[in-house]
Design a protein around this ligand. Structure first.
Ligand SMILES: Nc1ncnc2c1ncn2[C@@H]1O[C@H](COP(=O)(O)OP(=O)(O)OP(=O)(O)O)[C@@H](O)[C@H]1O
Ligand SMILES: [Mg+2]
Length: 479
């Protein structure tokens, strides 16, 4: 089954969906598709429904009675009946679905969390019917899809009724940074980094920016004013919408403050608590909710595993917290120019640098293993190395560790420093050498490669043993 042309990339996801829908084994198939808002879940499963002749039903926020009526109507239309089947309860509806002859599916329910909100028993009803169908060797295909990540996650967790029953579990994620460059049709890697630092790899943001793509680096600032800062594009309101929609939280103020803390660089738990003016223990719940919803990522320091640093997973949220939030009134009244004049400098000082660091860590994941000596990396991240004799510490932006093997000291494959706006040279390498020396007590550093990642180039005459990775190479990865 050919993937429709309008779907960019997503080959693996498409194959998995087609395999799920067209499997002919005499067993019921239950699929669960999740992912943050705007990643293209509906886009994929609607196409699947069209091509397989299945039923697509998108639940809405509604009472139980209304959603049942809508579901019955959709089912009736799908089956070509002149009037919808009479379904008084979800129990009846699900039993009806499972009693249909094989071949009229797959049945796809989108926005499943809306449905369970009004009818929390539906997962256990599905569980019961799936178990019966397994016994009766009924090959039904049921696909549940939704975005409130914490809800979808809970659907398959621990002792949840559907646990262990799904035959397909898929998370639709943002495009990788190098794919986003293709998706936005950008030739220049510098421009691709800049654009990614605002809209990341979320497919829908191109449409929300009304398909306006920047023509060149020189056009970038103007593009920002035309799109994300423009009150007439849906993109401007997106970050706020995301937070409210994704988490259905009541106390949004504290959530925004937590995100703002991380956005401006306070990324440890203590740092965040201090910034928002609460005790560290009081923000634990908020951090968990933000992590569950996929907006925040906790990453452990490679060298000090008990220390986690938080990073915002969606660049648009960082952009909103740093540049837009404090100027919301001006933005609403259409004063993009003024806002950019007042806050634009924060883009260069707070957004692009850390964002470029993250892209370099992502690069390390995609790079040919030969680059770092041939061994497959076990872990990639950042880390802090203490330098007690100088009473300081060295932050390492890109750490590539070898796969752990028991009984041996962990191998450091590479230590890297990242600079977006600085030509890199001898002094950066010296810092890395110092870190390598300090680490050699606890780790195997015999084959550690030092690496400089720069958006501005390198001084001539650097030791050829040092890896120098520029923008062209950052994007020269093969999937
Ligand atoms: N693979 C893709 N290729 C091209 N465009 C895409 C792709 N995925 C998503 N889009 C664009 O993004 C838009 C939003 O996608 P979609 O509505 O499917 O996201 P979603 O994950 O269902 O989000 P939500 O959780 O908000 O419902 C699509 O209408 C389409 O314009
Ligand atoms: Mg959708």
């Amino acid at each position: 089954m050919q993937k429709p042309d309008r779907i960019f990339a997503r080959d693996g996801e498409w194959d998995a969906l087609v395999r799920f829908a067209s499997g002919t084994t005499p067993h019921p198939g239950l699929g669960v598709v999740s992912g943050r808002r705007r990643q293209g879940k509906t886009f994929l499963i609607e196409s699947l429904a069209n091509l397989t002749g299945g039923l697509y039903f998108g639940a809405t926020e509604a009472t139980e009675t209304e959603s049942l009526a809508l579901f019955a109507a959709a089912l009736g239309r799908h089956l070509g009946q002149s009037s919808p089947p009479r379904l008084d309860t979800w129990d009846e509806a699900i039993r009806y679905l499972f009693a249909l002859e094989p071949g009229v599916g797959p049945f796809i329910i989108d926005e499943f969390p809306y449905l369970t909100k009004g009818a929390p028993a539906v997962p256990s009803i599905i569980q019961r019917e799936i178990d019966r169908a397994a016994f009766a060797q009924h090959p039904i295909r049921l696909l549940l899809c939704g975005s409130a990540m914490s809800v979808m996650g809970r659907l398959l967790a621990g002792n949840a009724p559907l646990r262990g029953r799904a035959t397909l579990e898929m998370i639709v994620r943002p495009f990788e940074y190098w794919r986003a460059k293709e998706f936005w049709e950008l030739e220049d890697p510098r421009l691709a980094v800049l654009v990614h630092s605002v809209v990341g790899g979320t497919p829908a943001y191109r449409a929300l920016a009304r398909d306006d793509t920047p023509q060149s680096v020189a056009d970038f600032e103007d593009w920002i004013k035309r799109t994300v800062l423009n009150s007439r594009t849906p993109l401007m309101r997106e970050a706020r919408y995301l937070l409210e929609e994704e988490m259905a939280v009541r106390d949004t103020a504290l959530y925004h403050s937590v995100l703002a803390a991380v956005a401006v660089g306070n990324n440890t738990r203590g740092g965040i608590a201090n910034y928002v003016g609460r005790k560290s223990t009081d923000i634990g719940h908020h951090l968990v909710v933000l992590e569950d919803s996929g907006l925040l990522r906790a990453q452990t320091d490679i060298f000090r595993s008990r220390r986690a640093v938080y990073r915002i997973a969606e660049p648009l949220v960082t952009f909103y917290e740093v540049v837009m939030r404090s100027q919301w009134g001006l933005l609403e009244s259409g004063r993009a120019d003024t806002v950019w004049r007042l806050s634009g400098s924060k883009f260069s000082s707070q957004i692009i640098g850390p964002h470029f660091e993250q892209l370099c860590r992502d690069f390390a994941l995609w790079a040919e293993p030969e680059l770092y000596g041939g061994e497959l990396p076990g872990e990639i991240g950042s880390g802090v190395v203490a330098d007690p004799s100088r009473r300081s510490q060295i932050e390492i932006d890109v750490v590539v560790m070898g796969a752990a093997s028991s009984g041996q000291r962990k191998k450091v494959l590479s230590l890297g420093e990242v600079k977006w706006g600085e030509v890199m040279g001898r002094r950066h390498v010296e810092r890395l050498e110092r870190a390598k020396h300090l680490l050699s007590r606890d780790y195997d550093t015999s084959e550690t490669k030092l690496a400089c990642y720069s958006g501005a180039g390198f001084e001539p005459g650097l030791d050829p043993e040092v890896l120098t990775i520029g923008l062209e190479q950052l994007y020269a990865v093969t999937p």
